[in-house]
Design a protein around this ligand. Structure first.
Ligand code: MRU
Length: 361
């Protein structure tokens, strides 16, 4: 496992992130100097993935505090930063969790700057350890299939990117995979390209390549066929928000994979840090806000052209409109198990409370 992270402090106490819009073609980093930089990075998907969005927002608050202190602004500036960052993306609940953590820290702070810096850093460190533990608990699920197959390759299908690029270091779905590889278990990953933003082909394929994990890119519609032909042993996806009863919001298209897995009796696992739980809501279909993004993300594909430039290509008639829902909700009944930092549980209120009793009402 590389020690590379997706967000890190700079020597002059600002923050740096990878511009994930340029991957896999170019590795470019971006320095965030103001909270507005953090807000734009989240909105424009320079950074993406629920835990990383939360970590970036936390550092965004630190940057706002720094600006407030340096320019001797009053507290309304910080309030504005909280509300701007809160409005940057709607679905991933980690954003709101991280901002609430930062608010609590700031409300109890004597030294604003030091507190904000330490609280943001703590959120980042917590994600690293949480994801490592998701791997510890998810590894036996892969190991069991490997044993059943007498050490043959375990074929895992995933959608979107719930790897280290969506988090800070280990990733959620990739942590069990990286730990399985470290243990010598043979793993192969089917990578859904994940239209329209292609987190699969651009990001998952990139990080699996960097970690020498055997993988194959597939179009989003191929999963059902592969499952029908015994070419998938398990599905693991991430989530942006999971409700009290275990409904799972994740990148658009996840639900269709869950249906196909259910029909083919293939286990469908969701790996999540508890920071992605929203125990205040029950019904994912009616209560999770689903982001709708710009239709041009569907109408154009972005890639590296023959001249080496990264450019958009129109793939429909000029005037054809498109719809672009960013997420869908997989009902709990289609989820085999949820993998968390505290263990593996059923996708139900009872299951979640068995690991997280602090949420008992
Ligand atoms: O729109 P994105 O790229 O932010 O969506 C990300 C996903 O849906 C991920 O699978 C999810 O956030 C889990 S990240 C560990």
């Amino acid at each position: 496992m590389s020690k590379f992270r997706t967000i890190w402090p700079t020597a002059d106490n600002y923050v740096e992130v990878i511009d994930q819009r340029k991957l896999p073609h170019e590795f470019v980093t971006e320095k965030l100097i103001t909270y507005k930089d953090a807000e734009v990075a989240i909105k424009e998907m320079t950074v993406r993935g629920a835990p990383l969005i939360g970590a970036t927002a936390a550092y965004g608050i630190y940057l706002a505090v720094r600006e407030m202190v340096e320019k001797e602004l009053d507290g309304s500036f910080l309030d504005q930063a909280f509300s701007d960052l809160r409005a940057s993306r709607p679905t991933a609940v980690n954003l709101f969790w991280a901002l609430d953590k930062m608010r609590e820290a700031m409300d109890n702070a004597d030294d604003f700057l030091k507190t904000a810096w330490e609280a943001a850093a703590a959120i980042v460190e917590e994600d690293v350890e949480t994801c490592r533990m998701i791997g510890v608990h998810g590894l036996p699920l892969i190991e069991e299939i490997a044993n059943r197959k007498n050490g043959e390759v375990v074929n895992i299908l995933t959608h979107c990117n719930a790897g280290m690029l969506g988090c800070v270091e280990w990733g959620t779905i990739t942590s069990p995979i990286y730990q399985a590889i470290q243990k010598g278990i043979k793993v192969h990953v089917w990578v859904d390209e994940t239209r329209p933003r292609n987190q699969g082909s651009n990001l998952t394929a990139y990080e699996l390549t960097r970690h020498n994990v055997p993988h194959t890119l597939i179009v989003d519609n191929a999963g059902g066929h592969l499952m029908q032909h015994g070419m998938v042993d398990m599905v693991i996806v991430g989530t942006d928000r999971t409700t009290r009863q275990g409904d799972v919001a994740n990148k658009i298209g996840t639900y269709l994979k869950a249906l196909a897995a259910f029909d083919n009796k293939i286990p469908f696992y969701v790996a999540l840090p508890s920071t992605t739980l929203d125990m205040t809501i029950n019904n994912g279909l009616t209560e999770i806000p689903i982001e709708e993004r710009n239709q041009d993300e569907v109408r154009y594909m972005i890639g590296k052209g023959p001249n080496g430039n990264i450019e958009p290509v129109l793939i429909c008639p000029e005037t054809t409109p498109a719809s672009n829902y960013g997420f869908d909700v997989t009902p709990a009944r289609l989820v085999t198990k949820i993998i968390t930092e505290r263990g593996v549980c059923d996708a139900s209120e009872e299951g979640l409370l068995s690991l997280f009793p602090e949420y008992k009402l």
